[in-house]
Design a protein around this ligand. Structure first.
Ligand SMILES: [Zn+2]
Length: 61
């Protein structure tokens, strides 16, 4: 573990899988789909089908 991956909703460490949401130009990171969904509901963030869901080698920055 090098970087600190902390869920932007609940503050727990993010494990092997990370859920991301693009919000106002920032990439929010979540530990689970539930946290991601709650964040989206609270902030009226639409899902970005191109921004997540891919597992391997899909890094964009
Ligand atoms: Zn979380």
């Amino acid at each position: 573990m090098s970087a600190m991956d902390i869920c932007d909703l609940c503050g727990l460490k993010i494990g092997a899988q990370v859920w991301t949401v693009q919000h106002e130009g920032r990439q929010m990171r979540f530990c689970c789909e539930g946290c991601k969904g709650i964040y989206q509901m609270l902030n009226n963030v639409e899902d970005d089908p191109a921004g997540d869901g891919t597992c391997d080698g899909g890094k964009q920055s």
